[in-house]
Design a protein around this ligand. Structure first.
Ligand code: ATP
Ligand code: MG
Length: 686
């Protein structure tokens, strides 16, 4: 009989309980939970962590990793709630010790600062986001003369993708080029030279890019003494969404826990959607046999999320996949409402349809927060965002454009980064050139002067800028030395803004709106203990863009979620709309014919469909707008229903058109005639 004190266990089904109690709170043999969407994997993981804590594990020795800061935050809250059921108020104090919950990248950044001394790294390193990395790649490309003499050399973004894929896949360059970038295969020699110089540049400037956070961590783990120290620091290492980890991440885990003890990984191979970033579904499939001691494997087959109609349609879609780890999911949530495929005329029609339905649902008591609109690519929601704004429907958008992507917010962060690490040239170029009269060469000279000086702040102060910049220079020099010598958090950000505001007003018509963003940034900053943590976190996982110029809606306000399918993973809503369920959008591009890529698109549709609890609509515009491809210009293309719903599974859906033809045109049934007016018109002049 379950003691009342352990009530949370009685809520779980047998498989879930097995996973939670595996090792019963102690350090146990490796554990894999592999199961379909909505079967309670994440919920089970949260219960497992809470159970460990209830049983006396030290929360500071638990490492919990998932795919976003938001997901990690939600998981920590859930752990606290569960633990509180048995421990009452004591749970809060304990779960506050669960400080090692985050993404692989953020955990990597923290560990690297911790071990900086041991591995010859300067702990004051700054982190480059993808855009900064591409900029640095570009600088190096220019320095090597590759962009000039070799005019057809791959663009900076392509170079970075090749580099990143090679690093994360732990692969050699040539096969990566052959497989994913065949048009660049002739540049292998130059690319190697470029990447070597890129690595040198990062070291000279004391910056790490996203990939470095994993690569340095993995390299650190290759040193037995450090690996052992690291591994013994954590009793339990748990990872959610394991199907989307890459080889580097798997290598890190096995290096930290070579015998697998204390390791728990959770995932669903049918939801692997990040192979374009070198994620490796084999990680999860091979996990059971990786360690001397076989891993415990728990599969869960009951779906608690969706109605049977939605689940069966989703199962039909994924059932068309040629190969996968066979799983069946069942649910006892009955519903007569099949998922809908709704044909609309174009994207404008799609936007009106979705807004109408969302408002209708809200009238019926389904809050905006319980509804979500999902799409394959961030720009697919453009017309909808316009319509939502027009109708005053508040929304938050996940994935795609981030708050951080706006130039003024990046400027502000670059000021802090430059002060934190004056060798960071990408930050330096960005900041110095904000001053009128400073161009790339003056900026480069100033940075060289700073490097030569004993103290970079003095180097900056005594540098003689071009005449036009002379009046602005002292203010910046004062700001810079203040930020370095008397750092004060979060006041630093306000100091930086006060310096920046005149520049903002000079260069932007909408300075007031941008200033509001910066004030919002200061609010976010207030939630961070230090400048360094703030910069690290924001660079790794920037806050999402919001609809409202006044900043994100308060948490208790009601707002709609817009999200790319990638960013929606792990989440659920009562009502879900999927935009552009047509070939060319899902799968994204008719041109990518690679079988594996198409299969990944199929899994994406499966992920999208399995987010829905009660109601699911796939919207299919009959035509949509394609932006200028060189010779053909902007144009409309006609679209067909996504190939992932072939005729023989159509029975799983209801089909309708919106607006219904008669209502739209105010006409009755079609007259039963066919005439060729075109021929008749041509005949008139003959
Ligand atoms: P995904 O593959 O999409 O990440 P998941 O397997 O992680 O899904 P969860 O998000 O953990 O699934 O759970 C899906 C839903 O089912 C949640 O609303 C959760 O609260 C509910 N749930 C999970 N387990 C149970 C249970 N034993 N009893 C009742 N509800 C449950
Ligand atoms: Mg989950």
């Amino acid at each position: 009989a379950a003691a009342p004190a352990k009530d949370y266990l009685s809520r779980l089904n047998d498989g879930q309980r097995l996973a939670v109690e595996h090792g019963d709170g102690g350090v146990a043999s490796p554990l894999l939970i592999i199961a379909g969407a909505g079967s309670g994997k994440t919920n089970t993981l949260a219960h497992r962590v809470a159970h460990l804590i209830v049983k006396g594990a030290d929360p500071r020795r638990i490492l919990l990793m998932t795919f976003s800061r938001r997901a990690a935050g939600e998981m920590s809250k859930r752990v606290e709630r569960i633990a509180a059921e048995v421990m009452g108020d004591r749970a809060k104090a304990l779960t506050e010790g669960l400080t090692w919950a985050g993404t692989f990248h953020s955990v990597g950044a923290r560990l690297l600062r911790d071990y900086a001394l041991e591995i010859g790294l300067d702990a004051a390193f700054t982190i480059h986001d993808r855009e900064d990395s591409a900029d640095l790649m570009n600088l190096v490309r220019h320095d090597l003369g590759l962009s000039k003499t070799e005019s057809r050399f791959p663009a900076k973004g392509t170079c970075l993708s090749i580099y990143s894929r090679t690093v994360n896949g732990q692969a050699e360059l040539e096969p990566v080029l052959g497989k994913y970038f065949p048009w660049c295969a002739g540049w292998a020699v130059e690319l190697k030279q470029l990447f070597a110089a890129y690595v040198d540049a990062k070291q000279a400037q004391n910056v790490l890019d996203y990939d470095d956070l994993l690569l340095w961590w993995a390299q650190m783990c290759a040193e037995p003494a450090i690996a052992e120290h690291l591994g013994s620091r954590f009793d339990h290492v748990l990872v959610d969404e394991y199907q989307d980890t890459n080889r580097l991440q798997a290598a890190i885990l096995t290096a930290m826990k070579p015998d697998g003890r204390g390791l728990t990984v959770v995932g669903d191979d049918a939801q692997s959607i990040y192979s374009f970033r070198a994620a490796e579904v084999r990680n999860i499939l091979d996990f059971p046999n990786l360690f001397p001691e076989p891993a415990g494997v728990v599969t869960l087959d009951r779906n608690y999320r969706s109605t049977d109609a939605i689940l069966s349609a989703a199962n039909a879609v994924i059932g068309e996949a040629p190969e996968r780890f066979a799983k069946t999911l069942w649910t006892d949530r009955r519903s007569a409402e099949k998922p809908a495929i709704v044909t609309v005329r174009d994207e404008a029609g799609q936007a009106t349809f979705v807004c109408d339905k969302i408002l209708e649902a809200r009238e019926e008591g389904i809050a905006l927060k319980s509804q979500a609109v999902l799409f394959r690519a961030a720009h697919h929601s453009g017309p909808l965002e316009v319509e939502l704004t027009r109708r005053n429907i508040p929304f938050v958008k996940f994935g795609g454009l981030k708050f951080l992507d706006s130039a003024h917010v990046k400027d502000m962060l670059a000021v802090l980064r430059f002060a934190e690490n004056p060798r960071d040239r990408v930050a330096g170029f960005r900041v110095l050139q904000l001053m009128p009269g400073i161009g790339p060469s003056a900026a480069a000279n100033a940075m060289e002067a700073m490097e030569r000086a004993l103290d970079p702040a003095l180097g900056l102060q005594f540098f003689r800028p071009p005449a036009r910049a002379e009046t602005d220079w002292p203010d910046f020099a004062a700001l810079f030395s203040g930020l370095r010598q008397k750092p004060a958090w979060p006041a630093d950000l306000e100091r930086a803004r006060l310096w920046y505001e005149p520049h903002l007003e000079r260069t932007h018509e909408d300075a007031a709106v941008r200033r509001a963003d910066l004030l919002q940034l200061e609010q976010i900053a207030a939630g961070y203990p230090s400048r360094e943590r703030f910069l690290t976190d924001l660079t790794l996982d920037p806050p999402d863009a919001v609809s409202d110029e006044a900043g994100p809606p308060h948490l208790d306000d009601d707002y709609l979620i817009l999200s790319t399918i990638h960013s929606a993973k792990g989440q659920e809503w009562t009502k879900v709309f999927v935009l552009n369920a047509v070939d060319g959008c899902i799968p994204i591009d008719l041109a990518v014919g690679e079988k594996e890529e198409i299969e990944e698109e199929r899994r994406l549709l499966y992920v999208a469909m399995t987010r829905a609890k009660d109601s699911l609509s796939l919207v299919a515009p009959q035509r949509f707008f394609v932006h200028g491809q060189a010779a053909r210009g902007d144009r409309h293309v006609y679209a067909a229903r996504t190939r992932f719903i072939p005729d023989h599974i159509l029975g799983q859906f209801t089909r309708s058109a919106w607006p219904p033809p008669s209502a739209a045109q105010g006409r009755g049934p079609q007259p039963d005639v066919r005439v060729d007016l075109k021929a008749k018109m041509r005949g008139i002049w003959r």
